[in-house]
Write a protein that binds this ligand. Structure first.
Ligand code: AHR
Length: 667
């Protein structure tokens, strides 16, 4: 042991997927050596290794990915006032608006906006205006789809002018006229097309005005820009493109806390998120604002499908969030919730002659989705009553009885104290969550997963993110930029290398949260991966780390060991080595967390030929504090270039504060 203590050189080696620390008395070589045995596969790394986690937080959907531009479109966001709506009138006109709870469109949309017009004419219209989600994005040569339900008082004459105008009303960006047809509720739709010669802006509002006296009621007032794949009720194109560029293998939804809700009544109401928007009342979300549920269960599934990602479906498991901690007791009380989860699974994968499979077909998607994983709840370690074991067992037994091939994920993982990790049914997978400082990730990257019991359940790191200094749930963090700096991205990159090296046990992992509306009041959490306002978006350095790593992975991890690296407290370099067995490409990922350049000798064994020319993808910046933003979206982005002089042995110097992927072609 004393010999052991005297050693001065830390050798980090990966052996058959087990990361071991060896202390050796050798004299440190001037340059540490990364030895790669490219013919020794230590684990497979599947196409669903890296994915996305999503929930309605930070206006991820409403005011985010879901392309609807009208906020409070069904007038339920506030029970006493038509928030986000205002009266439009010139001085010569007379009108008023009120929230009306006595003129329901149907049983679900019971509140409407009532416009009373006392005096108006063509030059002096009166109407309603919506301020959008921090503005309405106006882009040149763009076709917007407007729609609304309306009914009029008897005798009301005249059309509605539907328009996108500047916030002061002085500029009309696009407009169209719709004739109103009578005093029962009807749906109206019209296209608004902007001209070529305008400068993009968010300083705009959406208006519906009339120029004759009378009363008009409005409901489900909607405005959509063009969407990804032109899906009606679809997603924002720029954000979907960013997500597609991340090449996600799966989509974990609908939470997160959003699944559980702040009470049982406010859990994710999947059945009320299906079908016609006029049948979706929305529900109170758990992050301080109401959800329209326009992005509902089918839209989640289609979102995953559009990105070639597998859905990872989380089902409500009878426990809602602190501080109420509402709980459904396992046993008969929980049975309806288990039945509800089985219905939900049937909606996703059932044949079209099953009740919920038929409903999916009626909703427009006859083909079943590709589903492997069901997550039972979210973060159920918060349930201090200890009921999760019995609740998990009840769901597990019912799901396995009907769908033996489905894999059940427990939400209490190895990062929780042993006393909480009680499982009378062995979960197929454990979901573990890690929100840690960059330094913690860098320190733990070399050893966190190496000691996991390989005969235990597989691991899903279903939420993880590095922060710089302030924990995400501390309100002070909201004073910081919404997305992380390079400092956090270095921690994230180190963490991914650790998960890659341990992909024999870690089957899936995803950063969280993914999306944030950067406007004041738009967010509840930081850090987040992708920021946006109504008009544009940007990826954080952590986003680019995820994207560049996901695009360069291959299908196996190969044996590698790093020797001769001097370590004080934390290793200066983190790394992982993977390979594409079909092409022979080897991917070497190296994270230099220090402010000085670090050289590494790379010895490639177990290969035939090595191409002398390869590819280097590097993300770096002069200062760790550097980051991206809406006004500077590309300050810290990866740069791809060719490198020469590769072979079985070569030395590479890694820039200060950098994340690098070397792609080397072998045969
Ligand atoms: O990602 C934000 C929140 O963090 C999630 O809703 C919850 O699962 C976790 O505590």
């Amino acid at each position: 042991m004393s010999d052991f203590m005297e050693k001065t050189i830390l050798t980090l080696s990966i052996c058959m997927g087990i990361f071991v620390l060896n202390l050796s008395a050798q004299v440190a070589p001037s340059v540490p050596v990364l030895r790669i045995n490219a013919d020794q596969v230590t684990s497979e790394i599947g196409p669903t290794f890296s994915g996305m986690m999503t929930e309605e937080i930070n206006h991820s959907y409403d005011g985010g990915l879901y392309a609807e531009l009208v906020q409070n479109r069904v007038f339920k966001d506030n029970p006493t006032a038509p928030v986000h709506w205002s009266l439009v009138q010139t001085t010569a006109a007379i009108g008023s608006i009120t929230l009306d709870n006595t003129n329901a469109l149907n049983d679900e949309l019971v509140s409407s906006l009532r416009l009373d017009v006392g005096q108006a004419d063509k030059d002096n219209p009166v109407g309603i205006a919506n301020d959008g989600y921090w503005g309405i994005p106006v882009k040149p040569e763009t076709a917007y789809q407007a729609s609304f339900y309306a009914k009029t008082s008897t005798g009301f004459k005249g059309p509605v002018v539907v328009a996108i105008v500047s916030t002061d009303g002085s500029t009309i960006f696009a407009q169209a006229t719709v004739d109103l047809l009578g005093n029962d509720w009807r749906k109206y739709s019209v296209k608004l097309i902007t001209p070529a010669n305008l400068t993009p802006t968010t300083a705009a509002r959406f208006e519906l005005t009339v120029h004759s006296p009378g009363t008009v009621w409005f409901n489900l007032v909607s405005l959509f820009p063009p969407t990804w794949k032109n899906r009606p009720n679809g997603n924002r194109i720029d954000l979907m493109q960013k997500l597609a560029d991340m090449k996600p293998g799966f989509l974990r939804f609908p939470g997160g806390n959003y699944l559980e809700g702040s009470s049982i009544a406010n859990r994710f109401p999947w059945k009320k998120t299906l079908g016609d928007l006029a049948q979706r009342p929305g529900h109170p979300g758990c992050w301080g604002y109401r959800s329209s549920d326009g992005l509902g269960l089918l839209e989640f599934l289609e979102w995953a499908e559009d990105l070639n990602a597998e859905p990872v479906l989380a089902v409500y498991a009878g426990y809602s969030l602190p501080p109420k901690n509402e709980l459904v007791q396992p046993g008969p009380d929980l049975a309806p919730y288990v039945a509800d989860a089985l219905d939900e699974i049937e909606y996703v994968i059932g044949a079209t002659n099953s009740a919920w499979g038929a409903r999916r077909a009626a909703d427009g998607h006859p083909a079943p989705f590709n589903l492997t994983y069901i997550e039972i709840g979210n973060e159920d370690w918060f349930d201090g009553s200890g009921s999760y074991d019995a609740r998990f067992a009840q769901f597990y037994d019912a799901i396995k009885a009907k769908y033996p091939r489905l894999q059940c994920i427990s939400t209490v993982g190895n990062e929780q104290p042993e006393a909480k990790r009680v499982h009378s049914r062995k979960p197929d997978v454990l979901d573990e969550h890690y929100y840690r400082s960059a330094m913690d990730f860098e320190t733990q990257a070399g050893s966190r997963f190496e000691h996991y019991d390989r005969s235990g359940p597989k691991i899903f790191v279903g939420e993880w993110a590095a922060y710089e200094d302030i924990v995400p749930w501390n309100a002070k963090s909201r004073k910081l930029p919404p997305t992380p700096s390079l400092k956090a991205a270095l921690g994230d990159a180190a963490w991914i290398t650790a998960m890659e090296r341990n992909s024999d046990i870690i089957v899936m992992q995803c950063y969280a949260p993914m999306l944030v509306n950067v406007n004041p009041g738009g967010r509840q959490w930081r850090p987040n991966l992708i920021g946006y306002d109504a008009l544009s978006s940007y990826g954080s350095p952590s986003y680019y780390v995820n994207a560049m790593f996901n695009a360069n992975r291959g299908n196996v991890v190969v044996h590698s060991s790093l020797t001769g690296m001097a370590v004080e407290n934390v290793a200066p370099l983190n790394y992982s080595v993977t390979k594409d067995t079909a092409t022979g490409a080897i991917y070497i990922k190296v994270v230099n967390i220090t402010g000085s350049a670090q050289s590494l000798q790379i010895d490639l064994e177990g290969v035939g030929r090595v191409d002398s020319r390869g590819t280097c993808i590097e993300l770096k910046s002069a200062r760790q504090e550097d980051t991206n933003s809406l006004s500077g979206p590309t300050k810290v982005v990866p740069v791809t270039g060719s490198i020469d002089g590769l072979g079985r042995n070569f030395t590479r110097t890694f820039s200060p504060y950098s994340v690098t992927v070397l792609r080397i072609q072998t045969s």
